[in-house]
Every structure is written in C-alpha cells, then in structure tokens.
Design a protein around this ligand. Structure first.
Ligand code: DGY
Length: 326
C-alpha cells in the first residue's frame, strides 16, 4: 500500500522528519526562504497532510488546492497564519506546538528585557565600531531590573513563565488577562490590574497575547502615551500587537525608554523601517523559540500531529477540537 504523502514547507529539525519518514512519503521544500506561493499550491495538490510554518498562509485558496489534506500541522504555538474557521468548516484539524517552547520563549523575553534596559545591543555596536576609549561615568546608563515593576499583558503559559523569572529578580509583578489566574497569584506574587494600570505603573511591560483581530495594535499611540518615560516594552508574541508607527514615535520622542522586539510588523522588518535607526530599539529576528532542544521538540510534536491527522486520530495538540464534534 502506498504511504500517505506529506509536504513539509521548509527544512525542520531531523527529529520531526524522522518521525514522518517512518510512515509517510515526505517532500521537504529545500530552500532557506519560504516556498513561493505558486509552488506551494502546486506541491499540496495530492498530499494527505501538510506541516507548515508561521510563514505560510493557510486560507481557503490553500485548502482548495489540497483537496485530500486531512491535517494542517503548524510548527509553532501561534496559528494566526491559519484560517482555523475555514479548516474547521472543511473538517480539517489544525495542530500547533504549545508547552515545549514556553520556557525557551520566556528566556528570550527576559533576555530582551534585560538587554533593552541595559543597552546591550547599542553598547556592543559601540565596541565593534572602535568607540570604546575609556570607562565612562555617564556612559550607557540604563534602568535597574531588580526591584522594578513588571506588567505582563496576557498570563498564559509564557506570561506565567516570565513571571517566574521576574520573581528571581525581586520584581513587583502586575498582570492583566481576560481570564484571571487567581490560582497562580500567591505562588508567583502577582497582582491582577487593568491594562491601563499596567501602562501607568510598570517599568517593564511584556506582551504575551495571541494575535487576533482584538489584539491587533492593542498597544498603539494612546497606550504608549500612558506609559512611564522610563518604561521598556518587550514583545515576543506577534509583531502586529504593537503599532510600529506609534512605537517609533514613542521611542524617538522619549515617551518611553526602550523596546526589545523578537517580532515585528511586517516580518522581516524592511531595512528602511525607521525603528532600525533607533539605538533604543533592540530587534532580533523572531528567534524566541530557537534553542536546539526546543526546535527539535517542536518538530517532533508537529510531526506527531501530522501522523495522528492522516490516521484519522485526534491530534495530540489541536487548536480546533470542535472539528471532532461534527
Ligand atoms: C510560535 O511558536 O508561535 C513562535 O512565534 C515561533 O516559535
């Protein structure tokens, strides 16, 4: 009997590919950049499953070109690249990769928080440019993290993991979530407040909400103007949650002190984006989950979702479980 066919939209860690190869006939797009749309639509025409990345848009057009597809498995916890409603309407389960990347992503949120507050990016560029001439009493003065107030917007798994790290720095932690986590408050020393209170009181703000129509540009000019002039904002969620034009104004005009971004809108950030001209804006290329161990686990999880889907079993991590009620 012919093996099920699976298309993998980019090279992923071997761990995931081995799991797939054991049972499927797989095609992996071999290049470093995302597969061109026309080629993707051609490649999926007779596949049973597809393993996608956040760089692929899975919409009605995609699904029209994949009439046999039984599962869409995204190698990411976020799935805003996928029209989940449309998949559900067609009875296709969608998988993602939660939990395995929680701590690695929280590590990066904290790295950005520390680095943006203490000018690590600009100070490193200063050394590389040969400008380090002496110890400077007034050079690169930044903001203390220990004892400062951290505001977490979105206390899901990653937000809570950031709170655990903040405890170690003796931070005063505020949070907002539409679903308050009273159970975690004593353990993590958290206080539930409104978003406005977070904006007004926090020295550091980190966002951990999914990207939805409701959270798109939820941090815009009005919100940035409410922040403290020493505030540092960190985003490891999705670029679209912060309005980049408003952020540029806020950083340039000193409404806030600094930003640390793992994600931008759009991605990659265009080289003529004014944010790139600012010393107080530290940007890394969407690498929060990029550790050897975590990416390997993400690939394995995504591969297991593919296998479950093509065998008609419930996906281990499914974002649209309502698909099974049909
Ligand atoms: C995700 O998983 O959604 C991240 O953005 C990439 O790891």
């Amino acid at each position: 009997m012919a093996k099920p066919k699976v298309y993998v939209t980019r090279k992923i860690p071997e761990t995931g590919l081995e799991i797939l190869r054991a049972q499927c006939d797989i095609t992996v797009y071999p290049e470093a950049l995302p597969v061109p749309r026309a080629e993707l639509l051609q490649e999926i025409k007779d596949v049973d499953g597809v393993l996608t990345l956040l760089t692929e848009k899975v919409d009605a057009e995609f699904l029209d070109h994949a009439p046999r597809v039984k599962v869409v498995s995204n190698m990411a916890v976020g799935f805003d690249n996928i029209d989940v409603k449309e998949c559900t309407r067609r009875g296709i389960p969608v998988g993602n990769t939660p939990e395995v990347l929680t701590d690695t992503t929280a590590d990066m949120a904290f790295t950005l928080l520390l680095s943006a507050a203490r000018h690590v990016g600009s100070a490193s560029r200063y050394v590389l440019a040969g400008k380090w001439k002496t110890w400077e009493p007034l050079g690169f003065l930044g903001y203390d993290i220990h004892g400062a107030t951290l505001g977490i917007i979105g206390l899901g798994r990653i937000g809570a993991a950031v709170a655990r790290r903040a405890r170690g720095f003796n931070m005063n932690i505020l949070y907002y979530d539409a679903f308050p986590r009273r159970d975690l408050e004593p353990e993590l020393g958290l206080r539930l407040v409104s978003v406005d209170e977070i904006l007004a009181q926090s020295d550091f703000i980190t966002v951990h909400t999914p990207m939805t129509p409701e959270t798109y540009h939820m941090i815009g000019e009005a919100q940035l103007r409410k922040m403290k002039p020493n505030a540092v904002i960190v985003n490891t969620a999705r670029g679209g949650i912060i309005d980049p034009k408003a952020l540029y104004k806020a950083l340039k005009e000193g409404w806030i002190a600094a930003a640390g971004l793992d994600v931008t809108e759009p991605e990659p950030i265009p080289m003529d984006d004014p944010l790139l001209t600012l010393d107080n804006c530290l940007i890394v290329p969407h690498i929060a989950s990029a550790s050897f161990t975590t990416r390997s686990e993400m690939s394995a999880m995504a591969a297991r979702n593919v296998l479950a889907g093509i065998h008609g079993e419930r996906l281990p991590t499914c974002v649209n479980p309502e698909v099974y009620q049909k």
